[in-house]
Design a protein around this ligand. Structure first.
Ligand SMILES: Cc1cc2nc3c(=O)[nH]c(=O)nc-3n(C[C@H](O)[C@H](O)[C@H](O)COP(=O)(O)OP(=O)(O)OC[C@H]3O[C@@H](n4cnc5c(N)ncnc54)[C@H](O)[C@@H]3O)c2cc1C
Length: 371
C-alpha cells in the first residue's frame, strides 16, 4: 500500500519535501493556510548555499533552473561605518557560485510548478496515534488521517504541540522591514550605496541592512534591541519612519535615505526555539524547518528547511517496505545534530551583530568572510 503522507505548510521546507517526493513518483498531500501562492508578499531575497539549499535543489532536479534565475552578483557585500565610510567592499570572483541570491517568490514558483497544493487549508491540530493514523484537523472543520504528517508550518507551528511543549522565545531584537521599488531609476544614489548585493551598517545595539532583490527592488532591515511590544495594531508608515529616524539619529544622511524613502513598514520581533530543540520520537508525526528549530535570521533557516525537506523525501521514497518509521527516526537524529550546530552559530551571531560594540559585528563578518 502506498503511504498516506501530508506535509503542512508550503514554505521552502514543505515544498522541497513535496517536490522531491514528486520527482520519485510519490505524490503527497500539501496543506497550506494561505489562500493562494501570491496571497502575501513573499519576503526578501535568499542566498542558497552550496551543500545546503543548492544541494536540496539538486535533489529536486532544479539546480539548472536555479542557476538560470539566481544572481551570483548578489553575493557582493559592503559594510559601512555609521558616518558612511566604506569599511569592507567584497565582490564575488567571476564564477563564484557558493551563495547566489534568488527572490523568494521565484524559488517558491520553481518548487511549486507541478505540485497540487491545497490552498486555504489551515491546520489547527494534529492528533497522532488514532486507530486510523495521525489525524489532521483543519480550521474549516475537515479532518483527515495519514500514516505520516510532517509539520513544515514555520515558527508558530500547529503541528509542534503534538511532539514538544517548546514555544518560541523573544530574542530581545526586533526587525522593522521596509522596501524601495525601482531603486536604480528612482534613487540612483541609494542604488550605488547598496551595490549589487547587500550593504550593512552596524552601530551600538542597532544595525541597518539593505539587500537587493531582482527588478530593482531593495529590502531594508532595521534591527535593534527593544522590549517585546505586546499591544498591537500596526503603526502608520509615517510614525514608524519617524521612530526609526530618531533611533538612527546621527547616522550618515545617505544611509538614512533608505528609511526616508522606504514604504510599507513591517515589524518582526525575532523569536527562537531553544538551541538543540528535540523531542521523543512519536510514530506518524515529525517536524522540519522553522517548526523544528527556529533560529535568528542569519542566512541559514531557509537553507536548512530546503535540505531537510529534500533529505526526508529522499529517504522516505527509497525506504524499504515497512521502513517508514525507521527512516523518519534517522532523519530526526540527523536534523537535530545539524540544526543544533547552526542554532549555536546564529545565536552567537545575533549577539555580536546587534551588540553594544559595533567592532564585534565587523569581527563576526570578517570571520565569516575572510578576505
Ligand atoms: C527577515 C528575515 C530574513 C531571513 N533571511 C534568510 C536568508 O537570507 N536565508 C535563509 O536561509 N533564511 C532566511 N530567513 C529564515 C527563513 O525565512 C526561514 O528559516 C524559512 O522560511 C523557514 O522555512 P519553513 O518552510 O520551515 O517555514 P516558513 O517559510 O515559515 O513556511 C511555513 C509555511 O507554513 C504555512 N503555515 C503556517 N501555519 C500553518 C497552518 N496552521 N496550517 C497550514 N499552513 C500553515 C505558512 O503560511 C507558510 O507558507 C530569514 C527570516 C527572516 C524573518
Amino acid at each position: 500500500m502506498r503511504h498516506r503522507i501530508a506535509v503542512i505548510g508550503a514554505g521552502p521546507g514543505g515544498l522541497a519535501f513535496a517536490r522531491v517526493m514528486h520527482r520519485h513518483g510519490h505524490p503527497v498531500t500539501v496543506l497550506e493556510r494561505d489562500p493562494a501562492p501570491g496571497a502575501r508578499p513573499p519576503g526578501g531575497t535568499l542566498d542558497l548555499h552550496d551543500g545546503l539549499g543548492q544541494l536540496a535543489l539538486d535533489k529536486a532536479g532544479l539546480l539548472p533552473d536555479f542557476r538560470a534565475l539566481s544572481r551570483p552578483e548578489g553575493q557582493a557585500m559592503r559594510i559601512l561605518d555609521t558616518d558612511g565610510t566604506v569599511l569592507r567592499d567584497r565582490r564575488p570572483a567571476a564564477g563564484d557560485l557558493a551563495n547566489p541570491e534568488i527572490d523568494r517568490g521565484q524559488l517558491r514558483d520553481l518548487l511549486l510548478a507541478p505540485l497540487d497544493v491545497q490552498w486555504g487549508s489551515g491546520v489547527t491540530e494534529v492528533a497522532p496515534g488514532t486507530p486510523d493514523g495521525a489525524l489532521v484537523r483543519l480550521a474549516d472543520g475537515r479532518q483527515e488521517a495519514f500514516d505520516l504528517v510532517i509539520g513544515a508550518d514555520g515558527a508558530w507551528s500547529r503541528v509542534r504541540p503534538a511532539l514538544s511543549p517548546a514555544t518560541p522565545r523573544y530574542t530581545g531584537v526586533t526587525v522593522v522591514e521596509t522596501s524601495l521599488d525601482d531603486i536604480d531609476t528612482r534613487h540612483p544614489g541609494l542604488a550605488r550605496l547598496v551595490g549589487d548585493g547587500s550593504m550593512a551598517v552596524y552601530g551600538a545595539n542597532r544595525s541597518l541592512v539593505a539587500q537587493r532583490n531582482s527588478g530593482g527592488h531593495v529590502k531594508v532591515y532595521a534591527q535593534f534591541r527593544a522590549p517585546l511590544e505586546r499591544h498591537t495594531g500596526p503603526a502608520g508608515a509615517d510614525t514608524t519612519r519617524s521612530q526609526l529616524l530618531a533611533l538612527f539619529d546621527g547616522w550618515a544622511a545617505p544611509v538614512l535615505g533608505l528609511l526616508r524613502h522606504g514604504t510599507a513598514f513591517a515589524r518582526r520581533p525575532l523569536h527562537v526555539l531553544p538551541v538543540s530543540h528535540s523531542w521523543a520520537h512519536v510514530p506518524g508525526v515529525t517536524l522540519l524547518g522553522d517548526a523544528a528549530h527556529l533560529m535568528p535570521p542569519l542566512g541559514v533557516g531557509a537553507n536548512l528547511a530546503l535540505l531537510e525537506g529534500a533529505e526526508l523525501a529522499e529517504s522516505l521514497a527509497t525506504a524499504a517496505p515497512g521502513g517508514l518509521d525507521a527512516a523518519v527516526r534517522a532523519f530526526e537524529e540527523r536534523m537535530w545534530a545539524r540544526a543544533a550546530k547552526w542554532a549555536r552559530i546564529t545565536a552567537a551571531g545575533l549577539e555580536r551583530l546587534v551588540s553594544p560594540d559595533p567592532a564585534e559585528a565587523l569581527a563576526f563578518f570578517d570571520e565569516l568572510q575572510p578576505s
